[in-house]
Design a protein around this ligand. Structure first.
Ligand code: UTP
Length: 293
């Protein structure tokens, strides 16, 4: 039997330069999609997939994320005294169980691969989920978000799992791209991976998205990995090395992803999530119509 996925790593130590100046003092993971921080949406997705323990890899200026996942005594007291017990209970219910959120630091943003490696002591010797906390997903026909679909494929095939999504072929040079082996429809064997292939050389138009299930041996690989694209330690380079000895499967995620690390993705996510809210949809639709004339 495959070991269950109990732990998730959330690397939140990046600089978020694409969203400056907002991210000068506010971590991008704390920017709201409607009224919930991006990172809360990601935690919700991980919980839906059965994850119980959250490991945050943070950096300088990110302590507000730690505070967000703690009790806020003054606020809770004010809510209690002003009779807003429903709001207070809702806030409390979202907190991780005591001792189930851990924080470690990446001292310098040396790349996603390096950030993941910083979580090695807290993960230990078990498979774990890796969620890029600036990407949010919504469910499609399968009614579950991306990580739950990855966990389903993991239960069947074991090994390492990567969620993929299709992009126009001309855009593949910007991403990590996979080559498809034996194909099972919703999932497939990954025959090969390449980080940022030269234009016209990508083995497919399927790019590595922001959800993974990885075996703990990835940490040994990352330990000795040299810097790659962008002069950063790349998780894709680590996975390519690990793929020499372990199986990787891709998941064609059924649903929608929003890359909130870019201005366009962040704005689109806000509109999409708001249009899905019964308390906002009608008025927002009317406001958008008025704006776009
Ligand atoms: P990105 O490259 O999208 O994030 O990394 P970034 O570096 O913050 O963004 P820009 O390009 O400057 O706008 C994807 C995820 O990996 C984390 C980021 O916080 C983000 O959630 N990350 C990236 C780290 O934790 N450490 C790193 O060294 C790099």
């Amino acid at each position: 039997m495959n070991k269950p996925i109990r732990k998730a790593v959330l690397p939140v130590a990046g600089l978020g330069t694409r969203l400056l100046p907002a991210t000068k003092t506010i971590p991008k993971e704390m920017l709201p999609i409607v009224d919930r921080p991006i990172v809360q949406h990601v935690i919700d997705e991980a919980r839906e997939a059965g994850v119980e323990e959250f490991i945050f890899v943070t950096g300088r200026n990110k302590s507000v994320i730690e505070d967000y996942f703690d009790t806020s005594y003054e606020l809770e007291d004010i809510l209690r005294r002003s009779g807003k017990s429903r709001e207070r209970e809702a806030l409390m219910a979202e907190l991780p169980k005591a001792g189930f959120a851990s924080f470690t630091r990446q001292h310098a943003p040396l790349g996603l691969g390096h950030a993941v490696w910083c979580a090695r002591k807290l993960v230990g010797a078990e498979p774990f989920a890796l969620l890029l906390p600036d990407m949010v997903t919504t469910a499609g026909a399968r009614k579950s978000r991306c990580l739950a679909q990855c966990v389903e494929v993991y239960a069947e095939h074991g090994g390492n799992i990567i969620a993929v999504e299709e992009v126009p072929y001309e855009q593949t040079y910007q991403y990590g791209v996979v080559a498809v082996g034996a194909d099972f429809g919703h999932a497939f064997e990954i025959k090969d991976m390449i980080e940022k292939p030269a234009k016209g050389t990508a083995p497919s138009n399927m790019i590595i998205s922001g959800r993974y299930i990885l075996q703990p041996e990835i940490f040994d690989v990352l330990e000795s990995l040299k810097k790659g694209a962008g002069d950063e330690i790349q998780i894709t380079d680590g996975m390519i090395k690990l793929a020499a000895s372990q199986a990787f499967h891709g998941v064609r995620f059924d649903g929608q992803t929003y890359n909130c690390g870019s201005k366009l993705g962040f704005l689109t996510a806000n509109i999409a999530f708001a249009l899905d809210r019964s308390d906002l949809a009608v008025e927002l639709r009317a406001a958008i119509r008025k704006l776009v004339g």
